[in-house]
Design a protein around this ligand. Structure first.
Ligand code: COA
Length: 333
């Protein structure tokens, strides 16, 4: 292993102003606040309004906040990687647009897709670029405009998702005791029937299908199967990371889980021996922002994280994809 660690030096975030409450959803579909709250933990979610506003409209706000807070000169960035399943365009991708907007002239950039596990995968990718010794500084981003692919007539899915974006600055530090320490990631592509967006790719191109097959462009989910798989896999992989690093529940200051369903989060924490006071949770306010959930948790809890805190991340998403990561927080704010 290299003696270079990838260390998180700062975080940024953005959620749109418009709040879609459970009460408003009650006027749109056959549902009620009690059902949504008890099954998912969600009370409200943010929606990006405005014609022509894509995911980059949120990402740019998060990234600008981050570079200001950390006093980063965009010209010093080596890379920008964005995880999203709702890019503004298929080409150029969201991270390319961000490079241009902030003037990151020497950075390379690309988007990465791994559904709700995406932020964990970009953090892993950025970490490995830095540990290679070739690159010193980069921004990893997770963000989605889920409202652009949610069918607001489908009560199985439209209650779950919201819009938002977050990001983190990664820097190389030699012989550091902080930063990303370990990671475990898995994929099981047989999840296709249970969670998918079938239209818009090369099998069902947008050019042929847009007019007659609207439903193919919306997210589809068989909730119960996804729920069962998520509970087991997120808990198993987090237990694996803990075992490998000799961590007991009491050694961990924070669990930062993907925010898909409060019951999945509670089950993972239970298995890890972690109490509710150590879980970062914002699902009640933002719902599932897909790639945005973990960086938005960083953003919301940054002031509570202390230098040296042991933090475990856990995610699960479509594919299926899942993973866990162990890091030591590097600063007080
Ligand atoms: N309001 C009221 N009733 C609803 C509803 C809603 N918004 N959505 C579904 N229902 C109904 C169903 O139609 C069903 O009725 P029926 O028994 O008459 O057929 C009943 O509620 C139970 O549905 P079910 O899907 O079994 O509920 P559930 O307890 O599994 O909860 C989810 C549904 C979606 C909240 C849950 O399955 C879940 O969170 N799944 C995983 C989500 C996830 O992690 N997704 C992303 C991965 S990153």
């Amino acid at each position: 292993m290299s003696n270079i660690r990838a260390v998180i030096k700062g975080v940024g975030g953005y959620v749109p102003e418009y709040i879609l409450t459970n009460q408003e959803l009650e006027t749109m579909i056959e549902t009620n606040d009690e059902w949504i709250t008890s099954r998912t933990g969600i009370k409200e979610r943010r929606i990006l309004k405005g014609d022509g506003a894509g995911t980059s409209a949120m990402v740019i706000k998060a990234v600008k906040e981050l570079i200001e807070k950390t006093n980063t000169n965009p010209a010093d960035l080596d890379f920008i990687i964005c995880s999203t399943i709702t890019p503004d365009f298929m080409c150029p991708v969201t991270s390319n647009l961000i490079c241009d907007m902030i003037g990151a002239k020497k950075a390379f950039s690309f988007d990465l897709m791994a559904a709700c596990s995406g932020f964990l995968y970009v953090l892993a990718t950025g970490t490995n670029f830095i540990e290679s010794g070739r690159f010193k500084k980069g921004i990893v981003i997770g963000g989605d405009k889920m409202s652009s692919i949610v069918n607001y007539k489908d009560r199985n899915t439209c209650i779950l998702f919201g819009d938002g974006a977050g990001c983190a600055l990664l820097e190389a530090e030699e012989n550091s005791e902080y930063g990303i320490i370990d990671m475990a990631m898995r994929t099981d592509g047989s999840g296709l029937p249970y969670l998918n967006i079938k239209g818009g790719g090369s099998r069902l191109p947008a050019s042929e299908y847009t007019t007659d097959n609207h439903d193919k462009y919306f997210i589809f989910q068989e909730g119960a199967t996804v729920f069962k798989t998520a509970v087991t896999r997120m808990a198993d992989i987090s237990a694996e990371i803990m075992k490998r690093n000799n961590l007991k529940g009491e050694d961990i200051q924070w669990l930062v889980p993907h925010q898909a369903n409060k019951r999945i989060i509670d089950a993972t924490a239970d298995r890890m021996g972690i109490g509710p006071e150590k879980i970062t949770m914002n699902i009640e306010r933002y719902g599932n922002t897909t790639n945005g959930t973990i960086p938005l948790c960083f953003w919301d809890y940054e002031k509570q994280f202390k230098k040296g805190d042991n933090i475990v991340l856990a995610a699960f998403g479509g594919g299926f994809t899942w993973g866990s990561m162990y890091l030591k927080w590097a600063y007080n704010s």
